[in-house]
Design a protein around this ligand. Structure first.
Ligand code: PGA
Length: 247
């Protein structure tokens, strides 16, 4: 299975910084057989779309939105439309990131509607799941992930493409990466739950992925790529992560 390396830029990089990133990126990354996906902030989407279109690289480069509402248009002030992302040439919608769940109070029902609408619009949902430290310490990780997957995928179309990102909440932006054994066990659990539910999807790991830990993590079974925050903001550092499976 080809690897997927995704950059989650959160609320960083306006249009100018986005264009500057791609100028540098085109110099440093000559490509490989993996897919590289960018999630810029919504206001920088068009700049990313144009930069990607103009890049003459032969490798698979795509982009998506960090959040899209469960309807394509209407009176929903401040929301993003998956239909507009599609129009711009986008491929993915990040759904249920832990910052959306925790700060913007998105529950599994909201997540399920967004997964279903993204698919109906012709985009690929990248569904994020992950446990808090409290849940891990209480040995509830598998149960929490199962609930997030069962409920988050309840309206999903099994015949359409889907990507899962496992991101332990305690590892996001903290510099505290999960151990290889934790990643191995949890990715196996996510794989088993997806199989039981009738879904086949690549499973990415996310949470403090850096150039110096990425080669060890990518070698683990059922780790099909990464979702990277902080370390994707710099072209050289993200390039190194996108080549972790080749080292
Ligand atoms: P991080 O973020 O790599 O900065 O931990 C990952 C994410 O939030 O997707």
């Amino acid at each position: 299975m080809k690897k997927i390396f995704a950059a989650n830029w959160k609320l960083y990089k306006g249009p100018k910084e986005t264009r500057d990133f791609f100028k540098e990126w085109n110099k440093v990354f000559s490509g490989n057989k993996s897919e590289v996906v960018f999630f810029p902030s919504a206001i920088s989407l068009e700049a990313a779309a144009l930069s990607i279109q103009q890049s003459n690289s032969k490798y698979e480069l795509s982009f998506g939105v960090q959040n899209a509402y469960s309807l394509g248009q209407g009176a929903f002030t401040g929301e993003n439309s998956a239909a507009v992302v599609k129009e711009l040439g986008g491929k993915y919608v990040l759904v249920g990131h832990s910052e959306r769940r925790q700060i913007f109070l998105e529950n599994n029902q909201i997540v399920a509607d967004k997964v279903a609408f993204s698919q109906a619009t012709g985009l690929v949902p990248m569904l994020c799941v992950g446990e808090t430290l409290e849940e891990r310490d209480a040995k509830r990780t598998r149960e929490v992930l199962r609930t997030q997957l069962v409920q988050g995928l309840q309206k999903a179309d099994k015949t359409k493409t889907l990507v899962i990102a496992y991101e332990p909440v305690w590892a996001i932006g903290t510099g505290r990466v999960a151990t290889p054994e934790q990643v191995r066990q949890t990715h196996q659990d996510v794989y088993d739950i997806l199989t039981e539910l009738g879904f086949a999807a690549p499973i990415l790991y996310g949470g403090s992925v850096k150039p110096d830990n990425s080669s060890g993590l990518i070698a683990i079974d059922h780790v099909d790529g990464f979702l990277v925050g902080g370390a994707s903001l710099d072209p050289a550092s993200f390039k190194s992560i996108c080549e972790s499976h080749l080292k």
